[in-house]
Write a protein that binds this ligand. Structure first.
Ligand code: ZN
Length: 92
């Protein structure tokens, strides 16, 4: 569970956080405040795929290796997104 930046209670599940984006907010179940993630996160959401595509072109990977790298990149992305991208209050 993750802490709400407003009421500081552990009310947000890891799965719920995955549904939050820079343009899609969620409400804290406790304080009903709108929560979002910083706009810079939109860039982060795609950068690991650019790295995989760059490596596939640079090192001439086979499609099976490329798909494996995409899977690993997605798992790493989910881990970093949950652990290191902060939830913030939505500015109105
Ligand atoms: Zn809250």
């Amino acid at each position: 569970m993750l802490k709400c930046p407003n009421c500081h209670n552990k009310t947000i599940t890891n799965f719920t956080k995955l549904k939050v984006g820079p343009v899609h907010s969620i409400k804290c179940p406790n304080c009903k405040e709108d929560l979002t993630v910083p706009m810079i996160t939109a860039l982060y959401n795609f950068i690991h795929y650019f790295i995989v595509i760059f490596c596939s072109v640079r090192f001439n990977m086979s499609i099976s290796i490329l798909l494996l790298f995409c899977l690993i990149a997605t798992l790493v992305h989910i881990f970093i997104y949950i652990k290191f991208i902060p939830l913030t209050l939505e500015e109105n």
